[in-house]
Design a protein around this ligand. Structure first.
Ligand code: AMP
Ligand code: ZN
Length: 113
């Protein structure tokens, strides 16, 4: 998608602080961190939101969770962490390219905060 900022981050048009990359997944630091560790994990392929996960593109989601667990260990999040997906208007999604927030280094409230 030509006007998608996360596609542009994935193809290098927009810079990011990458913490992990492979053929299908990219992880980079959130510009506006809400926790001591706040990383975004995205599929390199454009998937607009959780709502658009389908049998032909869902494998990357499992892979993202594997990578997230690996990164959590690398960042020393031994006391736990949170993985968040905001989907659509009510979910508070601001960037329309599927992404998962990996956040840690502090305790979180529930359901928000
Ligand atoms: P969401 O509200 O779930 O759609 O999250 C979008 C996230 O993307 C927010 O936490 C933003 O801080 C983050 N963000 C937006 N633009 C960039 C960027 N260029 N580099 C890194 N993070 C970004
Ligand atoms: Zn995109």
């Amino acid at each position: 998608m030509s006007d998608c900022i996360f596609c542009k981050i994935a193809n290098g048009e927009i810079p990011s602080t990458k913490v992990y990359e492979d053929d299908t997944v990219l992880a980079f630091k959130d510009l506006s961190p809400q926790a001591p560790v706040h990383v975004l994990l995205i599929p390199k392929q454009h998937i607009a939101s959780c709502d658009d996960i389908a049998p032909d593109n869902s494998a990357v989601v499992a892979h993202i969770f594997e990578v997230a667990a690996r990164l959590a260990k690398e960042f020393g999040l031994t006391n736990g962490y949170r993985i968040v997906n905001n989907c659509g208007e009510d979910g508070g999604q601001t960037v329309k390219h599927l992404h998962f927030h990996l956040m840690g280094g502090r305790a979180f409230g529930w359901p928000a905060g």
